[in-house]
Design a protein around this ligand. Sequence first.
Ligand code: DC
Length: 234
Amino acid sequence: MMARRAPAQQNVCMSASALPLIAIDGPSGVGKSTTARRVAEHLGWQYLDTGAMYRAAALAVLRAGVSLEDRAALESLLFGLDLAQEAGRMFLSGEDVSEAIRSQEVTHLVTPVSADARVREVLVKQQRHIGASGRWVVDGRDIGTVVFTNACCKIFLTASPGARAQRRFLELQAKGQLPVLEEVLADLQRRDTADSTRAASPLRKADDAVALDSSDLSLDQVVAWIVARHQAHS
Ligand code: DC
């Protein structure tokens, strides 16, 4: 008996120009990194955390004491910027900086560093080079709108500011810190405004991305939803 052929599906992944890559964009604290890592594990694909790349660039700027106004110094720093990600760890010039890039200093500096058009140009080029072969899950702010506009699956992950602040608050507590919920919320809102109002690649949903509000969903539910969406469209 011959297997019946499934009816052809109308979807972007079937177009010759679509890249087998899942782009996950969204605001700070929505759980993109954990979600993207889990989706990648599930599919046996690789995971690229572009936020960690911007953080590592900010750390390099911080360590070199370069002012973003000093364009020649910034240019030379970017020229020598050696970033790599392996097994979920972020490396800067061969040094594992996975913890260092989460410091308060870096978290503050990464906002102006990631708003710099020249920094973005250099990092976007590296991201495109890494993901060009496909079978990557990539998370960030501009993956579906700028970096991989041809990704076959684009997700715009959101959650209410209150839900995101609550999750971040619990994460910090679990790390033994003593966060104040109002401060966590204010910090998220500051980053939301900075990310979505900057001139260079502001955070926005790609027209062909599907939005998922995860406010009332567990991590497992979000991962399952994205995997199912991807499988239905490939
Ligand atoms: O996801 P994250 O919080 O680690 O990102 C760190 C910063 O980098 C954040 O200010 C937003 C910025 N970013 C960006 O502008 N574009 C990306 N593709 C990823 C992150």
